[in-house]
Write a protein that binds this ligand. Structure first.
Ligand SMILES: *[C@@H]1O[C@H](CO)[C@@H](O)[C@H](O)[C@H]1NC(C)=O
Ligand SMILES: *[C@@H]1O[C@H](CO)[C@@H](O)[C@H](O)[C@H]1NC(C)=O
Ligand SMILES: *[C@@H]1O[C@H](CO)[C@@H](O)[C@H](O)[C@H]1NC(C)=O
Ligand SMILES: *[C@@H]1O[C@H](CO)[C@@H](O)[C@H](O)[C@H]1NC(C)=O
Ligand SMILES: *[C@@H]1O[C@H](CO)[C@@H](O)[C@H](O)[C@H]1NC(C)=O
Ligand SMILES: *[C@@H]1O[C@H](CO)[C@@H](O)[C@H](O)[C@H]1NC(C)=O
Ligand SMILES: *[C@@H]1O[C@H](CO)[C@@H](O)[C@H](O)[C@H]1NC(C)=O
Length: 500
């Protein structure tokens, strides 16, 4: 099976294509490379980097009757699943009838008190990566896939202990989400993603009307640093226009998030240097030869030479967790290895690929009902083009704050791709006065990370020892973070030997 997990293509006027090739066809077992596969600074014309705007007019014809569809979407039991006491749903919501575009969702209701706990939407980034692959199956969902690719085990740190959690594969072309107009795969971008996500949500809330007025939060990581505030902006815009709360959005949470291209990029190289991955000289060359201004359209050849050296240095480092082992046996095992929640298995992508491509799994999940011609992939090969990507989403974060939304920004501190330095530089660019100064926060008798709260209101929190996919590496700390975010309490500044 071919399995290129294309990591996070970050599109900007300064394009950084990082392809994270975990395994390619024809590679012998054990020879699998886990590397930053292709990374170049290049000029791209055609990507619109101007500020995000939402279409002024909401096309009501995109809303369809949803009666009876909820029960049709119920997942009785996933193949190989342990017994659980909460309900699961999965299925398609049509977002554009004439194009034949439909988004796939997976919904895990809360373990208890589903009637009172909030609704949380989780989005992964890419662009092109699946919230089912990462969010649901490797990060914060109720199950993880065993190494046999057939059975599941429970995640006792699942975020559905704190909320009703909705995972959406977005945009069309990612995972099970599709379009019958396949040219749509070449015309994705931030704007259409936000629009489709909004249409999805409005229809989904008709299908699950008991969640209509519920407190609603949107969270995500990486390139979802764009999707999350853009969806928030769209919701705020339509609420305001209608002069009523159409969607009861209360806050947003983004982790290791793409926020501001220029500071994100500089922060990445500074992190690589301060974590002893590249030399002082390399960093100096990059900083003097490359122009990280988001308006720079031409890079001198010296910049490419300087970057080349960097890529050679970090070739065999898992850039998404610089201290993690590589996946040396990228295949499933005939018998399941004992699954561990506290020591993340670097081959997890392969278990998910095996599991989610099984016909019985797809049938149980009400997925792939139109028999798509491509495989399910954690990061889609179909998304090769991206039309628009603003150079910064800071104005949208400011808009969220001005509208009284809770805004939290977290960062796993051993991610080298969108590292903690990038996030700190982006926050600094916002020039916010400090409200609660930097201090450690605690969970389980340990320092969970560090936090600083700014006036406005925005909370920044690091998660100690976590890579790019924070809940994969530090599930207890991540669960504590989401619990505090959802109930609006500050992260605990005193050490206690209790799990909360
Ligand atoms: C896509 O086409 C298939 C086959 O014609 C059809 O069954 C399906 O409903 C279409 N999807 C949408 C979202 O219209
Ligand atoms: C919006 O609604 C509020 C109360 O629901 C009302 O007082 C106000 O006049 C409305 N504003 C507009 C512009 O219609
Ligand atoms: C890029 O150019 C735009 C329009 O010319 C300008 O508004 C913006 O401030 C520039 N950004 C930077 C980082 O120089
Ligand atoms: C970087 O590019 C921008 C936009 O083209 C330009 O204004 C700026 O002078 C450049 N900076 C350097 C150091 O060359
Ligand atoms: C970067 O390295 C690759 C492979 O070693 C080489 O083919 C390419 O010419 C180099 N590019 C520059 C600009 O040095
Ligand atoms: C959908 O089903 C077809 C036929 O079983 C299969 O070949 C294809 O890989 C599946 N695609 C996805 C995205 O699940
Ligand atoms: C908020 O959640 C945290 C973590 O579960 C808990 O310790 C705290 O007591 C809660 N606070 C409120 C006000 O509910």
């Amino acid at each position: 099976m071919r399995a290129i997990h294309r990591g996070f293509v970050i599109v900007s006027s300064l394009i950084l294509i990082s392809c994270f090739a975990v395994q390619t066809e024809g590679k012998k077992k054990g020879e699998a490379l886990n590397h930053l596969y292709h990374s170049t600074l290049k000029t791209i014309s055609g990507v619109d980097t101007s500020h995000f705007r939402t279409p002024e007019h909401f096309d009501e014809s995109k809303l369809h009757p949803q009666g009876g569809l909820k029960e049709r979407d119920r997942i009785v039991k996933l193949p190989g699943q342990p017994e659980v006491g909460f309900s699961q749903y999965g299925g398609y919501v049509t977002v554009d009838k004439s194009a034949g575009r439909a988004m796939y969702y997976y919904f895990a209701e809360a373990q208890q008190s589903k009637e009172s706990l909030p609704l949380l939407l989780w989005l992964n980034g890419g662009p092109g990566c699946s919230s089912l692959a990462y969010g649901a199956m490797q990060e914060l969902g109720p199950f993880r896939v065993h190494s046999d690719g057939k059975t599941l085990y429970k995640n006792r740190f699942s975020w559905n202990y704190a909320a009703n959690v909705l995972f959406l594969e977005s945009p069309a072309g990612v995972g099970f989400s599709y379009s019958n107009t396949t040219s749509d795969y070449k015309t994705n971008g931030d704007r259409r993603t936000a629009e489709d996500n909004y249409v999805f949500l409005k229809n989904w809330l008709e299908r699950f009307p008991e969640y209509k007025g519920r407190e609603f939060y949107v969270a995500g990581e990486s390139y979802a640093g764009h999707y999350v505030p853009q969806l928030a902006h769209t919701i705020l815009y339509h609420n305001k226009k209608a002069n009523k709360t159409i969607i009861n959005l209360k806050g947003i949470l983004i982790g290791n998030a793409v926020i501001n291209d220029e500071t994100d990029t500089i922060g990445m190289y500074d992190y690589a240097r301060t974590h002893a991955l590249i030399s002082e000289e390399s960093l100096h060359n990059i900083k003097t030869q490359c122009n990280f201004s988001s308006n720079a359209t031409v890079q001198p050849v010296e910049c490419a030479v300087a970057l080349n050296e960097t890529y050679r240095d970090i070739f065999y480092v898992n850039i998404y967790n610089i201290y993690a082992p590589l996946c040396t046996h990228p295949s499933t095992t005939s018998l399941p290895k004992k699954g561990s929640l506290t020591s993340f298995d670097p081959c997890s992508d392969y278990y998910g690929i095996a599991y989610l491509n099984r016909p019985d799994v797809q049938e149980a999940m009400n997925a792939n009902v139109t028999k798509l011609t491509h495989d399910w992939q954690p990061c889609s090969d179909l998304i090769v083009n991206w039309l628009d990507s603003p150079e910064t989403i800071i104005p949208l974060l400011q808009e969220c704050m001005a509208n009284g939304l809770r805004v939290w920004i977290f960062s796993g501190d051993i991610d080298g791709r969108v590292p903690v330095t990038s996030t700190e530089y982006s926050l600094k660019a916002m020039k916010l006065p400090v409200k609660t100064k930097w201090h450690p926060w605690y969970i389980g008798g340990e320092v969970g990370g560090f936090t600083e709260v700014y006036k406005g209101d925005i909370t920044f929190a690091t998660v100690r020892g976590a890579g790019h996919q924070v809940p994969s590496y530090q599930p207890l700390r991540a669960l504590s973070l989401i619990k505090h975010f959802l109930n609006g309490s500050q992260l605990p500044d005193t050490k206690r030997y209790i799990y909360s």
